[in-house]
Design a protein around this ligand. Structure first.
Ligand SMILES: Nc1ncnc2c1ncn2[C@@H]1O[C@H](COP(=O)(O)OP(=O)(O)OP(=O)(O)O)[C@@H](O)[C@H]1O
Ligand code: SF4
Length: 268
């Protein structure tokens, strides 16, 4: 099923709540707005937030002869979404599964979803380095996986956790595409003054130390939460937000051919 997918990008974070799902959604929307066909797969089985962030909670997944038909978030069918949230009877149901069942579910997501021909598949993972990550890595490593984006916040504790993700990627042979520092300062809507609530610069210095690309600082902007909840793109709806520029630049970086990718020596 993933043979028609040209690029796969994993989104990882060491800690929960750093904005990994938000980054996944905004990246998927930014890619779509640049003209790419995009799939967004939520493998956070215990905390699926993608349907909520895209305001798709009421949608269902259907079966076709080829497999599961993902939910489309738009009329022109350029953003396809799959999440366990679409399979639960009630959005309040909890998924209380042990590793083997999670493994089987993720494998099914990777083999049974009929994505058709898409340019980018963004995979939003749970925080940390758990069974779910190993299953995803094992299944996408040999496919068109460009690599992983690491999301952090500026606090030292989040940066420390992202180092573990880096080690995990290196051990499992997944290239690291770069690090994003989310919630990096608050931009005042009145005077546009940026206040670094959680300090700043941690993501950039980690990127320097680890010799990986730094993909940008995403500031706290209340409109980000509001817009994703209404399935609106901050890239289109709040063009004056610094967030818009960050995601546009990120698309430019990520859609560039990866140096060394063909001979398997891409930066890890
Ligand atoms: N740059 C930002 N500006 C404003 N709000 C943000 C920003 N990034 C994330 N948020 C908000 O922070 C909350 C947590 O974000 P999100 O669910 O994406 O985190 P997560 O890392 O995926 O969490 P989890 O680990 O639980 O899956 C959400 O309400 C989201 O709208
Ligand atoms: S940054 Fe300036 S305008 Fe914004 S709340 Fe503070 S003092 Fe007021």
């Amino acid at each position: 099923m993933l043979s028609g997918v040209k690029h796969i990008i994993l989104v990882l974070s060491g800690k929960g709540g750093v904005g990994k799902s938000t980054v996944s959604v905004l990246l998927a929307i930014a890619l779509k707005e640049c003209g790419y066909k995009v799939g967004l797969l939520d493998v956070d089985l215990c905390g699926p937030s993608i349907p909520y962030l895209l305001n798709l909670q009421e949608k269902d997944v259907h079966q076709c002869p080829q497999g599961w038909v993902p939910v489309y978030s738009d009329q022109d069918q350029n953003l396809a979404v799959m999440s366990i949230g679409f399979l639960l009877k009630s959005k309040n149901d909890a998924v209380v599964w042990r590793g083997p069942k999670k493994h089987a579910m993720i494998k099914q997501f990777l083999t049974d979803v009929y994505w058709q021909d898409i340019d980018y598949l963004i995979i939003d993972t749970p925080p940390g380095t758990s069974d779910e990550h190993i299953t995803v890595m094992e299944n996408v490593r040999s496919l068109n996986c460009d690599g992983a984006i690491l999301v952090t916040t500026p606090q030292a504790v989040a940066i420390e956790d992202v180092r573990k993700e880096l080690t995990f990627c290196r051990k499992t042979g997944i290239p690291v595409l770069g690090v994003i520092e989310n919630m990096s300062g608050f931009v005042c809507p009145t005077c546009s003054e940026c206040t670094n609530i959680f300090s700043s610069g941690g993501g950039q210095s980690l990127a320097n130390i680890a010799d990986i690309p730094f993909l940008g600082c995403v500031p706290i902007d209340p409109r980000v939460g509001q817009s994703v909840e209404k399935e609106q793109s901050c890239v289109a709806k709040i063009p004056d937000s610094p967030v818009t520029a960050v995601f546009k630049d990120m698309v430019k970086i990520l859609t560039k051919p990866i140096a060394g990718a063909e001979d398997g020596t891409a930066e890890t």
